[in-house]
Design a protein around this ligand. Structure first.
Ligand code: ZN
Ligand code: ZN
Length: 241
């Protein structure tokens, strides 16, 4: 937990029997324009908010929530978080923003069996994950937020509207669940997933120079070896078609 580098804060997920995504806060605090990336699993909102306050960050400066994608382990506590920052906008790639606005929860739950299980376990009502999205993101968007520039890269394959955020000057990549440390990649069997698209997305990210990898789960990496993502794509290539 804490400051990864200037303007990037890390709040680790607290996995239960379902994983809880990591949360990142990006932006220089003096800008008073911070963005929260991926709230996390149901029930983790209080913990994440407390962790942010313990880092000395005022909630007032958090102006938006950006989703790398809208799976349950990333969006589960969005409503809890928004209770603390009700002014915050929600920014999501358009391919997952539209279902989110329409109350189509297939991407959130990923599979039917999982929907029933989670609704029972967490007391979630149908339509619990219906949200107004203030900005529909697209690949190629350049976000200048909080004194830091982020390129939006559309990386479908793990989910339809998955995005990676890339800060080129410091070579920081926030890839959501597309690629993790230790040559792991996101699953590609859920609603809207596609193995060959995931391969293309990995190859696309493999073209970037990345020093700091901030994935949705597991450990974060500083000083990522050159070619790491390309090697990961190659290792998984035979399984991704
Ligand atoms: Zn995840
Ligand atoms: Zn995911």
């Amino acid at each position: 937990m804490g400051n990864v580098t200037d303007g990037v804060f890390f709040i680790p997920g607290q996995d239960e029997f379902i994983p809880d995504s990591h949360t990142y806060l990006v932006g220089e605090p003096p800008s008073q324009d911070l963005s929260l990336i991926d709230p996390g699993l149901m029930g983790k909102g209080e913990y994440k908010i407390k962790a942010i306050q313990e880092m000395g960050i005022e909630l007032e400066v958090i102006k938006r929530v950006i989703m790398t994608h809208t799976h349950l382990d990333h969006i589960g506590c969005l409503a809890e978080i928004l209770q603390h920052i009700p002014w915050a906008e929600l920014w999501v790639h358009t391919l997952e923003a539209v279902p989110l606005e329409q109350g189509d929860e297939r991407t959130v739950y990923g599979m039917e069996m999982f929907r029933g299980m989670c609704q029972t376990q967490y007391g979630l009502k149908p339509g619990a994950f219906t949200f107004q999205v203030h900005r529909h993101l697209q690949g190629g968007d350049n976000l200048e937020i909080g004194g830091i520039g982020w390129e939006v890269i559309h990386v479908p394959g793990h989910s339809m509207g998955g995005i990676a955020l890339y800060h080129r000057p410091q070579q920081i990549l926030i890839p959501g669940d597309v690629v993790y440390a230790d040559y792991a990649i996101g699953r590609f069997d859920l609603h809207g997933a596609d193995a060959s698209e995931l391969k293309q997305s990995l190859l696309r990210l493999g073209e970037l120079d990345v020093d700091i990898l901030l994935p949705g789960h597991n450990r974060i990496v500083k000083g990522l070896p050159a070619g790491y993502i390309r090697d990961t794509a190659e290792q998984w290539g035979p399984y991704l078609r």
